[in-house]
Design a protein around this ligand. Structure first.
Ligand SMILES: [Zn+2]
Length: 165
């Protein structure tokens, strides 16, 4: 929504490795949109040592009785967290509207849920909500002909070398 387009962000951040060790997206208009952005970033990542960060809003913000409220349930955020990891995110959290109960559900999902090897765009929108036409178009190039998303091959977590001063 603000900042750089995902492709531009990835390109810029990669240029400054190892001074920059990761990049990602936060906030926005719901977990589905953020997953779309993460799909793009995961596919643009060149250096597998770069950390990919996903911090989606807890659903979609709504103005109710003079206050901003978020539509995301703990179950929705758990599904979002699982998808973010399957796509290739290394650091996963929540942004606006995320509360203790959402974090608990996300933690449990990341601990317990088996990863699907293939991610279906329809499944994303069914579980997390609609994705804008702009974002769908953005990720269209990363989908295989069956409209499935191949998650990036996960690197093994390894200790980072200490950076020179
Ligand atoms: Zn936010």
């Amino acid at each position: 929504m603000m900042g750089l387009e995902p492709k531009s962000l990835a390109k810029l951040a990669e240029k400054y490795y190892p001074d920059v060790i990761g990049y990602g997206a936060n906030c926005g208009i719901g977990a589905s949109e953020l997953i779309g952005t993460i799909i793009c970033l995961a596919n643009e990542r060149i250096n597998e040592d770069m950390l990919l960060i996903a911090k989606g809003n807890c659903g979609i913000p709504e103005f109710i009785e003079g206050k901003i409220a978020y539509t995301g349930t703990p179950e929705l955020m758990a599904e979002y967290a699982s998808l973010a990891r399957a796509i290739g995110a290394d650091i996963i959290g929540g942004c606006c509207g995320t509360k203790y109960e959402h974090i608990v559900a996300m933690r449990d999902a990341l601990r317990n849920k088996r990863q699907s090897q293939i991610i279906d765009l329809d499944a994303i929108t069914q579980s997390l909500g609609k994705m804008s036409a702009g974002n769908t178009a953005l990720i269209d190039g990363y989908l295989n002909p069956n409209k499935k998303i191949k998650p990036s091959v996960k690197k093994k977590m390894r200790r980072r070398k200490k950076r020179p001063d």
